[in-house]
Design a protein. Structure first.
Length: 374
């Protein structure tokens, strides 16, 4: 019994709290809190859409004589694309012109007769009925002349249609019809497809709860939009939000938005999937730290702040928003203070720490890949 009592009495119980400077030194990663501008982004998944896509079809029936452009070539609006044999319509034009000359000659003769009949009816030599009949014939020939002129205009229009030009500027796709084939106005498939790539559009979605905020910012200023690759690592292009769709998809609870990009370097292609980042605003002079420094517990959010004696203290903080790998802090910490960003699981108030080799005292720029959390 005495031995047991002595052994129990000599045991040194572990203290409940760590005293400043006591215990092993814990290696941690640290970063310095900074004051910088904090962009606020909304992110969504989008699909690239051509600004205009035109399937070029023939408006007349005939043989395709020539295609003047190459596959993949860029064309401007009004540029000649293909030629359909115009000779049948040139023959129709000659026929209509001949009919016009004939009817014009007949009209001149009838008009002279109308003048003669007017004198004869005044002298009572012929009846009024004969005069009226001659005038009606003149009016019929005037109508025939107008019809002939319309036939001429129609034949000229068909000849114009034989020379197919680009309705929009864009890039030619793969050719669907080769020269020598007969084409018809009723063909279902186009001869060529022109896709306008500059500018180009991106359609993306955002949760319906975000749409009022976006609409409010859009009314005040144009909103920049960035398109990133599918792995969300490479920025492809920068554009501007054009509009918000006029309805919400009830099956997904999202709204569609359209952004426009100049696409001068052809970084975007139709039907390409991209990650979209819509910048709502930039919060000036925000207190910013790496988001990895933020800890959460029963008491709320807090960070481990490194003191001058290389010990840490627990500091409650209020997070304004998180954006990618950065967090903006409303209160609880000041720029210039140092916080622990890795190794917090081994720390408690008063723990001795040693910054790891290569641990940067500053922060990296915002990646802006997350959704802002107000």
């Amino acid at each position: 019994m005495l031995l047991c009592a002595a052994g129990c009495k000599s045991a040194d119980p572990k203290p409940a709290t760590v005293r400043a400077g006591a215990g092993p030194t814990v290696p941690v990663a640290v970063a310095t809190v900074q004051s910088q501008d904090m962009p606020v982004y909304l992110t969504g998944l989008g699909s690239v859409t051509a600004f205009n896509t035109v399937g070029v079809k023939s408006r007349v029936d005939g043989q395709l004589m020539q295609v003047t452009v190459k596959e993949g070539q860029r064309v401007n609006r009004g540029e000649l694309l293909a030629i359909i044999d115009p000779r049948p319509f040139e023959v129709q034009l000659s026929q209509a012109q001949g009919a016009l000359y004939r009817d014009q000659a007949q009209l001149r003769d009838v008009k002279l007769n109308v003048g003669r009949y007017a004198e004869l009816v005044a002298q009572g030599i012929i009846s009024q009925q004969q005069y009226d009949t001659q005038r009606a014939l003149a009016e019929q020939l005037e109508g025939a002349v107008h019809v002939d002129q319309a036939q001429i205009d129609n034949a000229k229009l068909q000849i114009v249609y034989c020379h197919i030009t680009a309705p929009v500027s864009g890039r030619i796709g793969l050719r669907q019809v080769d020269p020598g084939n007969m084409v018809h106005a009723s063909d279902q498939n186009p001869m060529l497809v022109i896709t306008q790539l500059q500018p180009i559009a991106v359609i993306f979605t955002l949760p319906e709860d975000s749409l009022p905020t976006v609409a409010s910012h859009l009314r005040r200023n144009p909103l920049p939009v960035e398109a990133y690759s599918r792995d969300d690592q490479t920025k492809l292009a920068t554009g501007t939000l054009q509009t918000i769709d006029n309805l919400i998809d009830p099956s997904t609870g999202t709204g569609r938005l359209k952004a426009v990009f100049d696409n001068k370097d052809d970084a975007l292609w139709p039907n390409q999937f991209v990650n979209v980042r819509l910048m709502l605003e930039v919060r000036k002079s925000s207190t910013v730290m790496p988001a990895a420094a933020i800890q959460r517990g029963p008491q709320g959010t807090y960070v481990y702040v490194v003191k001058s004696d290389k010990t840490v203290e627990v500091r409650p903080v209020s997070v304004a928003l998180t954006q990618g790998n950065l967090a903006a802090i409303d209160r609880g910490i000041s720029p210039g203070e140092v916080v622990v960003t890795d190794g917090q699981d081994k720390l408690q108030a008063g723990s001795k720490i040693e910054p790891r080799a290569g641990s940067a005292p500053g922060n990296r720029p915002a990646q802006s890949s997350g959704t802002p959390t107000p």
